[in-house]
Design a protein around this ligand. Structure first.
Ligand SMILES: *[C@@H]1O[C@H](CO)[C@@H](O)[C@H](O)[C@H]1NC(C)=O
Ligand SMILES: *[C@@H]1O[C@H](CO)[C@@H](O)[C@H](O)[C@H]1NC(C)=O
Ligand SMILES: *[C@@H]1O[C@H](CO)[C@@H](O)[C@H](O)[C@H]1NC(C)=O
Ligand SMILES: *[C@@H]1O[C@H](CO)[C@@H](O)[C@H](O)[C@H]1NC(C)=O
Length: 804
């Protein structure tokens, strides 16, 4: 035992102990440190909401314009422009419904008038300095137009041009279909469906000076019922001729590729300067290639669990514009096994796969194999440019190249994530991931990627990935879980403004806005700020506040990598004292022999583990309490069933997080033996029963103990607990007036407020017949204790045990 206790570290207010190798603490890493409800978010002023219009919905298409300070949102029959500072302050809206004729036609075609025959805005892209390009489903008749937004913020223009263009190949017909688009250099790249039935899926390039171009029609080798997630341009070299467009989508696996109907996540590539073939693949892409994106974890039975339902993609820029890091969110296809994962991909790995073998099979009944034959030159997928020489445009490509490209659009090898595994996996929860944005944050000890992950339940997870030793060993710290919509709804759009330090969220029911950081919620002490490991926040000498890398450094305390308050805060005890370091709750609880008692202790951080120590008296050695039939440890505290006289003593509740221990609660338990209690109850019951109400009032001058018990009986008979509080208050005042001696009979101090009481009722097994009465008496007793100001601060020195 002696070896478990080590060197002494003195900190004021809280006891911080290094508990290295504290085995069980790893188990809580997947729990958010802080969880905030919708109400808490609103009340703490950390959420601004736009509750939506009664005649609109589907706030899914976002365009962030940081320069003009606006967020433009496309929804059902409307386009909105929000102020980035506060979305509820001065927003503008333009109604853009489908014409009555179109709505009628849509209805006659058998579509649902209210849910489908409206204009759902699906494309919102910057067109030129003054205009955006917008497209909507137009009640199953896609339309596009130009939205004037002005050159500068001051212009405050927000006007839709009356001129309407055909939106085919730009917006889908069906609002339910997942499509993606991006306008690059005056040309719109869109992955969408181009027919009423929703069968002709393709990747289109429209607008601009060139003839529209698309993927091969009705060829399942190219695209097989794709659902598009994102389109991004990524340069391939320093020569713009090599620029490529990447598309992220999921599609049905091609027959034979997988048993049964399976979904595969895909990355597709195209050359920006592709003009189609000359004799074949005319006005079709000649440089389209696709590869499978793998995100899986090994299963216990040797079969990998695949996350194939790609939901969202975020490109995190690096110093090299050619090599962004790709963050992708996936869920599982299985109805039985619900899970979500985030995987990270590197452009190096992606390019290697596109330069690897093509997938090939000799016929529909053959296996897919890597193509072993001679690949024609220039290699299909290469952009026409001076970098590789030989040809200027795809129209000059040799026939054999075009023919090969047409029959070999897929790569044989899949793209594996960085480190070959997801960086986050969540399987034990009732929600799934839907969206992701990532922010690069500069902290005292380096740059960190902070992920904001949206879920299908209207919540946001804030996660930071911290390198443990190297890039290959990342630790995910789930900082917060926040509810940002008033009811559970899938988050379908997400934009992050670095300039405003705000996050904007879209769903079916509205738009919400929240800050990226709320350092003050972590607590008022240096240690708490440090343990939070939020790269946005640092202890500034007075409070936990936003960390600015440029600010003066001396007083800054932050340690994201290790979250070590000992090195960061041990010299700051004076400050901690001043700023209200977490006070140790120190109280006395009375229990009655053979009854149960509950010692409450729940740390603010959900990631902290608690454990209890017992001490017979202040000088005795502390022993750790292990759960058994009689002693039950719960997340809220310690339940002791069938109290024994020898349970009397001191109980210490310790919170351990990230290797550091803090004493949260110190309870002195006194167990009163049954005989003494019975004696008291018996005697006073007789007295109470034998006197009438009138007589009772004359009992004012009777012995102290009796008067007290009369009050006690009144409490017992009281129907509502809320008024009991007031009653206790009165009793206590009168008690004090009469300078009563200490009360004799009590127990169950824990009923401090309603919530705790509920908890108690939930956990107490076999309640003692006097439980109710005792509980009320305890309430009274507790009030008395509190009035005496017994919440003292205790200074303690010790070291935590190494193992539980
Ligand atoms: C945003 O604006 C609304 C309406 O003017 C106001 O009530 C709210 O307090 C503002 N919120 C913030 C965080 O500024
Ligand atoms: C929806 O209602 C708003 C008023 O809340 C109105 O300004 C707008 O014109 C309506 N939109 C349509 C498409 O009717
Ligand atoms: C932007 O495009 C719109 C629509 O074609 C056009 O009316 C407007 O003049 C253009 N603005 C500039 C600055 O080129
Ligand atoms: C308390 O429990 C002990 C052991 O079960 C029993 O012997 C004793 O009679 C009980 N006392 C009362 C008052 O119930």
């Amino acid at each position: 035992m002696g070896s478990l206790w080590g060197s002494i570290l003195l900190l004021s207010g809280a006891v911080l102990l290094r508990a290295e190798g504290y085995a069980a603490q790893e188990t809580k890493n997947n729990v958010p440190r802080l969880k905030l409800s919708y109400k808490e978010m609103l009340e703490s002023n950390n959420l601004v909401t736009f509750e939506g219009l009664a005649n609109s919905s589907s706030y899914h298409t976002f365009l962030l314009d940081e320069e003009k300070g606006r967020l433009v949102v496309g929804a059902k029959d409307h386009i909105f422009s929000f102020n980035l500072i506060n979305i509820s302050r001065d927003y503008a809206q333009i109604p853009w419904p489908a014409s009555p004729t179109r709505r009628d036609e849509c209805k006659w075609a058998g579509k649902d008038l209210s849910r489908e025959c409206s204009n759902f805005v699906k494309v919102l892209q910057p067109f030129n300095q003054t205009h955006l390009y917008v497209c909507g489903t137009g009640a199953f008749h896609p339309v596009c137009s130009y939205l004037e937004v002005g050159k500068k913020t001051e212009d405050s223009v927000f006007r839709l041009e009356p001129h309407i263009e055909n939106g085919r190949g730009k917006s889908p017909y069906d609002p339910k279909l997942l499509t993606a688009s991006m306008l690059i250099d005056g040309e719109l790249y869109a992955g969408t469906s181009a027919d009423f039935m929703g069968r002709d899926f393709a990747i289109f390039r429209t607008l601009g000076k060139h003839h529209p171009i698309r993927t091969e029609q009705h060829d399942s080798r190219w695209l097989n019922d794709p659902r598009f997630v994102g389109v991004y341009p990524i340069p391939e070299s320093d020569n713009p001729e090599d620029d490529k467009i990447y598309l992220f989508f999921k599609e049905n696996a091609i027959d034979g590729e997988h048993a049964g109907k399976a979904t595969h996540a895909r990355i597709g590539q195209l050359c920006k300067n592709d003009l189609g073939g000359h004799r074949s693949l005319v006005n079709k892409w000649t440089t389209f290639l696709k590869a499978r994106l793998i995100c899986s974890v090994p299963g216990s039975n040797g079969i990998d669990t695949h996350f194939d339902e790609l939901q969202d993609v975020f490109l995190m820029g690096t110093k090299d514009p050619k090599s962004p890091i790709i963050y992708a969110v996936f869920t599982t296809s299985s109805n039985i096994f619900k899970g979500s994962a985030v995987c990270m991909y590197s452009m190096t790995d992606i390019r290697r796969v596109f330069l690897g073998p093509y997938a090939h099979r000799d016929g529909p009944n053959y296996q897919w194999v890597p193509f072993q034959g001679r690949v024609p030159y220039p290699r299909p997928g290469t952009c026409p440019s001076k970098t590789f020489g030989g040809f200027d445009t795809t129209k000059d490509l040799p026939d054999e190249v075009v023919t090969f490209a047409r029959s070999h659009p897929a790569m044989f090898n899949p793209v594996y994530p960085i480190n070959n595994r997801p960086i986050i996996v969540k399987t034990d929860v009732d929600y799934q991931f839907t969206q992701i944005v990532v922010d690069k944050v500069e902290a005292e000890d380096g740059l960190y990627d902070v992920m904001f992950i949206g879920t299908d339940m209207g919540t946001i997870l804030k996660v930071v990935s911290i390198p443990r030793g190297s890039w290959h060993d990342l630790e995910e710290v789930l900082l917060e879980e926040m509810t940002v919509f008033r009811e559970p709804t899938a988050i379908t759009a997400m934009e992050l403004s670095t300039k405003q330090q705000q996050l904007y969220l879209g769903s079916d029911i509205g738009v919400s806005q929240m800050p990226l950081h709320r350092c003050e919620v972590y607590g008022k002490a240096c240690a708490e700020c440090c343990l939070a490991r939020d790269p946005y926040c640092a202890w500034d000498g007075t409070e936990c506040s936003r960390y600015f890398p440029m600010a003066k450094r001396r007083t800054r305390r932050q340690d994201i990598r290790n979250g070590d308050p000992l090195t960061q805060c041990s010299d700051l005890q004076h400050h901690d004292e001043l700023s209200g370091q977490t006070t140790l709750l120190d109280k006395t609880v009375y229990g009655v022999e053979n009854s149960s008692t509950f010692l409450e202790c729940s740390p603010k951080s959900q990631r902290a583990l608690t454990y209890w120590q017992y001490q017979r008296s202040a000088d005795d050695r502390k022993l750790e309490i292990k759960s058994d039939d009689r002693l039950i440890r719960t997340d809220q505290g310690l339940l002791i069933r069938t109290l024994n006289k020898k349970d009397s003593g001191i109980y210490l509740c310790q919170a351990v997080e990230h290797g550091f221990m803090q004493t949260l609660v110190k309870v002195t338990l006194e167990v009163i033996d049954t005989e003494r209690l019975e004696d008291l109850l018996h005697r006073d019951k007789e007295t109470a029963a034998s006197v009438s109400a009138q007589e009772r009032s004359t009992l004012q001058e009777s012995p102290n103990q009796r008067l007290w018990y009369r009050d006690f009986l009144s409490l017992v008979n009281h129907p509502t607990l809320n008024s009991v509080d007031e009653f206790c208050e009165q009793v206590w005042k009168r008690e004090r007036k009469h300078k009563k001696q200490k009360a004799h009979l009590v127990q169950q101090v824990q009923i401090q407020h309603h919530q705790q009481q509920q908890q108690q009722q939930k956990v107490v097994v076999n309640p003692h017949p006097h439980m109710h009465a005792q509980g009320l008496a305890a309430k009274w007793k507790h009030l008395q204790e509190r009035q005496k100001g017994r919440n003292r601060r205790t200074h303690e020195l010790e070291r935590a045990p190494r193992s539980v």
